[in-house]
Write a protein that binds this ligand. Structure first.
Ligand code: TRP
Length: 329
């Protein structure tokens, strides 16, 4: 039996950090061996917020591709491509926009949040921003994907994707499967240096592109247990960013360090030094591969083109079925 199809998407809004690596990428690297996988760098989605900084989008997309490949996604195995290289996403988005009730979109939590942050009359509250999840549904359904690996925050978008698929199928006949979200429950939530979730927008992240000194400097600034002032004070590893990161990046070896922290026989300086070493060891091969890739952007573009060619072949088949079902053309 042919492998089931899955599609993942990521916005090219910056290079990837350890939270992306642990929360998503590590899992995707496994999935590429079990599924027919499409990895879409969604540059059109990025326009919903970066429409006035379009000059940055393509170079960021290339960096994201380098991050993906450096972290272990194999461009021969999984189609890594840029959304705007496969125009079928746009065509399906347009067709879906005709059958998606406005009320469904106005209820989407991510839209409600953005609207509240921006204010009702803000000119960046665009038609495209409201339609963001319709474009996402097109990304997924243009491959008739069975499942979508995503974080919890994306579940409403996948639910909407199913509703659009169902509505299309009811109106025009069975074309689309109803895709499932694949939420990786065991993925670590990686804290940033300030203890909040690691995020580009909080400025608390360690990037795959950071060199060893940058990692050291960031770890040295990280929040530790506030009641542990001296080395001999008992620490609470659950309240310490450094201890939490140690558990994620040294899952087999962290326990003794936690015991010493609690017992007051280990201080934060040693703890930070060792965490820096653990993270740098993990990043070293990724960093090396990344630098090698970025030294030859032409090769990355060739990977992205061949990914787009494979994606397009699948997307064209779907669009034929869609046009036929709708009686178009
Ligand atoms: N909305 C997703 C995010 O912000 C990105 C995305 C766009 C996506 N299209 C997708 C994710 C299709 C999965 C499938 O993370």
């Amino acid at each position: 039996m042919a492998a089931k199809r899955i599609l993942s998407g990521m916005q090219p809004t910056g290079t990837l950090h350890l939270g992306n690596l642990e929360g998503a990428l590590k899992n995707w690297v496994q999935l590429q061996y079990q599924y027919e996988m499409y990895c879409c760098i969604v540059d059109w989605h990025a326009l919903t917020t970066m429409y006035d900084r379009t000059d940055q989008i393509t170079s960021q997309a290339i960096e994201v591709a380098a991050d993906y490949i450096a972290a272990g996604l194999d461009p021969e195995r999984c189609a890594i491509f840029i959304q705007s290289h496969v125009k079928e996403h746009a065509e399906l988005h347009l067709l879906f926009s005709m059958i998606t009730p406005l009320g469904w979109l106005e209820r989407v939590p991510t839209y409600k949040e953005k609207r509240e942050n921006l204010g009702l009359n803000d000119e960046s509250l665009s038609y495209g921003l409201l339609g963001y999840p319709v474009l996402q549904a097109a990304d997924i359904l243009v491959y008739r994907a069975h499942a979508v690996p995503v974080g919890k925050d994306q579940i409403p978008h996948i639910e909407l994707t199913r509703e659009i698929a169902r509505r299309f199928n009811r109106l025009y006949g069975e074309v689309f499967p109803e895709p499932e979200q694949m939420v990786n429950e065991v993925a670590a939530v990686v804290p940033g240096m300030d203890g909040r979730k690691m995020s580009k927008s909080y400025g608390n992240a360690i990037y795959l592109s950071d060199d060893p000194d940058a990692v050291r400097a960031k770890v040295n600034e990280a929040f530790t247990c506030p009641t542990k002032i001296r080395k001999s004070d008992p620490g609470i590893p659950e309240n310490c960013v450094v201890c939490q990161l140690r558990r994620t990046f040294d899952p087999d070896g962290y326990l003794p360090s936690w015991e010493e922290d609690r017992a007051g026989t280990r201080g934060c300086v040693q703890n930070k030094r060792e965490l820096t070493d653990v993270i740098n060891a993990r990043l070293a091969p990724i960093r090396a591969r990344r630098a090698e890739l970025l030294a030859d952007p032409g090769q990355i573009l060739r990977y992205l083109e061949s990914g787009a060619d494979r994606a397009r072949a699948t997307a064209e088949e779907t669009m034929k079925a869609v046009r036929h079902a709708m009686g178009l053309g």
